[in-house]
Design a protein around this ligand. Structure first.
Ligand code: DMJ
Length: 598
């Protein structure tokens, strides 16, 4: 059994998370975010405080001159400086009109996938396009995994007929009364997230909210653990949390910390605090046991409420922990500063420890840390130069974070100017741009598709340059040998997600070009002529071999982000929506309760 995380890094003493008495915000109350004009101070304001305030103001303006620069320039008619961030071409014209031909080609692809599923497997959880069959996650029957994950894409793409048929299926057939063990995280992000967005985008069709709420109520018992961290699995019929025996009962950090957008939006819609409190408590616990560098190991112990010794990575089991730090801050209109602090700390930790460069062309990548026992019985950390495809979400996320958490002004320009960003914002922006370039470089394969995992060359790897390329390679790939697991492309969306964000934040057409190239590679190598799309077993082998599976995130994420990349930028604007980790857009709202921890 692995040692505890606390045995390896000096943890802050395990104390009760700083949970404060929860207060509803009453408009006009002096402790809410929306203080009304009628709020009166209750005691005199000593002069010394006034003096301190002036000194602080002067110091702040000295440090962040951009706070006054723009208004001053406007007043004096001084032209704004036009300095651009490095990496942004000086000659591009921001254009946000739709590229209709490409956008419509993506809609056609969605129909090709959905119609095949509808024909062969309607209502089944997953689809196998080569055998033309469907399958369910458990033997207890389907829970609408594919349907719920796809509905909002139909609404966004304007596919009225498909939407009506899917809605009818939800109304007549969707049941969560299934006596099987389902993954808490997956059904939250795919099904609950899908239903909540369908509710919002359908003009508040109550069918979707009722179903989302029913699912949430069946999931709630997973939070009844000693710590309050939810269990990995849930029996939906019995309404019972089930520990994951495969991982000693530990839970992935990403899984416990990627339920928050969905449960918080449900709490907002229903005015039921329980949904909010359960997921916020998870964040309070994780903050209380966090390391100063803000990096999280990929497993937590739901009994003890602390991190377990396990790898630190931005790939599987770690990724969306970081994604949701930023997105929780954005979801509630940038009012919950504790999430911004956690996000900023984590991004600095990533830069200090995990950001590395390849040997030859110095491609920037995000490495992993693996714990290892040393001779003396203590534990050390080994840097592993490996990057999951999943990490490619981080490029766009860093750019989005730079323009929000890292912004000095309310609305940054498109693209942002350096004087609109904090030092951290500028650093994150540049890393985001570079990481997207690296993710694009990993598409330099025979198929033009990126592998599941890329390894980067380091001095000490002892690999002969004639055997592996100078920058990155697919580990275990050898001529004539069976393709390693790392060589697959399973229709993942992360690079495309980043391209969509980068395009919206810069207007640089190269991001559309990149997206179009990936889309064409998917069309060429993953499209099954009889309908549907399938995963590819080896991105470096043409003609390809397929795996008989179409992941639901092709419909919810990959094709949705491609559509949005080519749609005009008024569709789902980034300042009004926050996308859950499965690409279900949820509206930004002003919270009606105060954050319960700090
Ligand atoms: C999706 O289910 C989600 O994006 C999740 O956060 C991670 N991976 C898949 C897609 O790759």
């Amino acid at each position: 059994m692995p040692a505890t995380y606390s045995s390896l890094l000096p943890l802050a003493a395990m104390e009760e998370p700083g949970v404060r008495q929860r207060k509803k915000i009453v408009p006009g109350s002096s402790d809410g975010h929306q203080t009304g004009s009628g709020a009166k101070p209750t005691r005199a304001f000593p002069k010394i405080y006034g003096l301190l305030l002036v000194v602080m103001l002067v110091l702040t303006l000295y440090q962040f001159p951009a706070l006054v620069k723009s208004p001053l320039n406007q007043l004096l008619g001084t032209p704004e400086p036009t300095r651009l961030l490095p990496g942004i071409p000086t000659n591009y014209v921001p254009t946000f009109a739709a590229d209709e031909a490409k956008r419509d080609a993506v809609v056609e692809a969605f129909k090709h996938a959905w119609h095949a599923y509808e024909r062969d497997a309607m209502g089944d959880d997953e689809y196998h396009p080569i055998s033309h069959t469907g399958s369910n996650l458990t033997n207890a029957g389907g829970i609408g995994y594919t349907v719920a994950d796809s509905i909002d894409t139909m609404i966004i793409m304007g596919l009225e007929d498909e939407y009506q048929r899917a809605r009818t299926w939800v109304a007549d057939n969707l049941s969560f009364d299934r006596d099987g063990n389902f993954n808490t995280f997956e059904i939250t992000i795919r099904i609950m997230g899908g239903l909540l967005t369908a509710y919002h985008l359908s003009g508040e069709d109550s069918l979707f909210l009722e179903k989302a709420r029913e699912l949430a109520d069946r999931i709630l018992p997973t939070f009844e653990t000693e710590s309050g961290l939810p269990l990995s699995l849930v029996n939906l019929a019995l309404r019972e949390g089930v520990p994951d025996r495969d991982n000693y009962g530990y839970v992935s950090t990403a899984e416990v910390a990627t339920l928050q957008l969905e449960f918080r939006y449900l709490a907002y819609l229903t005015d039921e605090d329980i949904y909010w409190d359960k997921v916020e408590n998870v964040m309070a616990i994780l903050k209380a046991v966090a390391q100063p560098h803000g990096l999280a190991t990929i497993f937590v112990d739901p009994k003890l409420g602390r991190y377990q010794t396990s790898p630190i990575r931005l790939g599987s089991r770690g990724d969306s922990y970081y994604e949701y730090l930023l997105k929780q801050y954005l979801q509630t209109n940038q009012t919950e500063l504790v999430y911004r602090d956690m996000y900023d700390t984590a991004m600095s930790g990533i830069h200090d420890v995990l950001v590395k460069r390849g040997l030859s062309t110095k491609l920037l990548y995000i490495a992993e840390l693996n714990p290892e026992r040393t001779g003396q019985g203590s534990i050390g950390w080994r840097l592993v130069p490996k990057q999951d495809h999943l990490v490619c979400f981080l490029g766009g996320s860093l750019m989005l974070g730079a323009t929000t958490s890292g912004a000095l002004v309310d609305h940054v320009s498109i693209p942002p100017r350096p004087d609109e960003l904090t030092g951290q914002g500028e650093r994150d922006w540049l890393t985001g741009v570079e990481l997207i370039n690296t993710c694009m470089a990993t598409h330099d394969t025979q198929t033009g598709l990126a592998p599941e995992i890329a390894h980067f060359r380091i001095e000490s790897d002892g690999i002969d340059n004639s055997v592996a390329p100078a920058d990155w390679y697919i580990k275990g790939a050898r001529l004539g040998a069976p393709a390693p697991f790392d060589a697959r492309y399973i229709l993942r969306p992360e690079t495309i997600e980043s391209l969509f964000l980068a395009f919206r934040l810069t207007g640089d057409p190269k991001y559309r070009d990149y997206g179009w190239a990936i889309f064409q590679a998917i069309e060429k190598h993953c499209r099954i002529p009889t309908g549907g799309y399938a995963s590819v077993i080896n991105v470096d082998q043409v003609p390809v071999e397929h795996e008989d599976k179409m992941e639901t995130f092709l419909l919810s994420e990959t094709l949705k982000y491609l559509y949005l990349l080519f749609a005009d930028s008024s569709v789902l604007p980034l300042n009004e929506y926050v996308f859950n980790t499965e690409a279900h857009p949820l509206p930004v709202f002003n919270p009606t309760i105060l954050t319960g921890f700090s």
